[in-house]
Design a protein around this ligand. Structure first.
Ligand SMILES: [Zn+2]
Length: 338
């Protein structure tokens, strides 16, 4: 599944407001649950993404420094006061997820910590004036600026973060690890979809809720990440492939389908290297295919689910026939870049 969107519309979480009486703390329980539910999906995707990009570092030609932190700005929520309370923040920007065994985990940063400063720069003093950042949706600009500031400081290998928890500040030095590039994001949406735009992997909240376990979730994330690692967007753009309605026919359809097959093939190798069960790809697509048989799978750009399952079986058999090196299987579609 791939959806190339040139202009992605972001939905901020519109927490449902019910007529029920609010509890004593003044917050609507359903609205709190909505924020916490979204945070759980963000955490799962963040952890799965981190494991995939970390475990497959040898096979990526460009590398990115990563701390394992996921930061969030309450500006992204329709009801900011409720979001701040539900996320446990003292102020507007804080940590919503920390990947297990990441540098952030090692210095005991935790979800609910509020970000106060990066080195000597207070978060309140950060302004967004760079044209590239101004191109982001307004609610995402500050987070984009902060993430970029941390990345730049990591290059100099000298980052201290000041965080607060219930008003108590602490400053910790934070290291980074090299991983494959890429970001991961839950998109609040009632449709079941996932997409890859060359840099970012997005999974809709409804699809994320549909996965039975993290292995199934990893199957879809690995497929989308594979599109990015194989630079499919760049390749299809260079081939002037029409990805709109008319792209469903002829040469364009064939080229998109080739990219889909490559992403499926690479996905199971990425999964195995990260310790996920590659068979979960077969379990997921079989279940999804039986329920949605006539949906996206009948388009000429995508294989039908039975063919996809066959392709996964072939690829898993190929993997079983090779010896892993240092516990990692070298995917035929990627070169080794030590
Ligand atoms: Zn795809």
């Amino acid at each position: 599944m791939i959806r190339f969107c040139l202009s992605m519309v972001f939905l901020t979480l519109a927490a449902p407001v019910s007529a029920k009486e609010a509890p004593d703390d003044g917050f609507n329980p359903e609205a709190l649950d909505a924020v916490k539910g979204l945070q759980r999906l963000d955490q799962r995707l963040h952890n799965i993404g981190y494991r995939l990009v970390h475990a497959n570092i040898r096979f990526c030609d460009t590398k990115a420094a990563r701390t394992g932190l996921l930061l969030n700005d309450v500006a992204q929520y329709a009801d900011q006061k409720t979001a701040r309370f539900a996320l446990g923040f003292d102020s507007s920007i804080g940590i919503t997820a920390v990947a297990p065994n990441s540098p952030a985990d090692l210095v005991k940063l935790t979800p609910g910590d509020t970000l106060r400063a990066i080195n000597t720069m207070s978060i309140d003093e950060i302004t967004v004036d760079d044209p590239e950042l101004l191109a982001e949706q307004p609610a995402y600009r500050r987070i984009a600026a902060i993430n970029r500031m941390i990345e730049q400081a990591l290059v100099e290998n000298n980052v201290q973060l000041t965080v607060s928890q219930k008003g108590i500040n602490r400053t910790v030095p934070i290291a980074s690890v090299l991983t494959c590039p890429g970001q991961f994001q839950i998109r609040v949406s009632a449709d079941r979809s996932a997409s890859a735009d060359g840099k970012l992997v997005r999974v809709s909240s409804r699809l994320a809720e549909y996965f039975l376990d993290d292995d199934e979730f990893a199957a879809v994330v690995a497929h989308e990440l594979a599109h990015n690692l194989l630079k499919h967007r760049e390749r299809l753009d260079a081939q002037k492939v029409n990805r709109g309605f008319f792209g469903q026919f002829g040469k364009s359809a064939r080229r998109v389908k080739e990219a889909e097959i490559e992403a499926d093939r690479l996905s199971v190798w990425l999964m195995a290297n990260a310790g996920y069960d590659p068979q979960a790809a077969i379990r997921f697509w079989t279940r999804y295919g039986k329920e949605h048989g006539k949906g996206i799978f009948s388009a000429s750009t995508h294989y039908r689910w039975k063919k996809r399952v066959q392709l996964f079986e072939e690829e898993i058999a190929k993997m079983a026939a090779v010896d892993p090196v240092d516990g990692k299987y070298a995917p035929p579609l990627l070169a080794i870049n030590d």
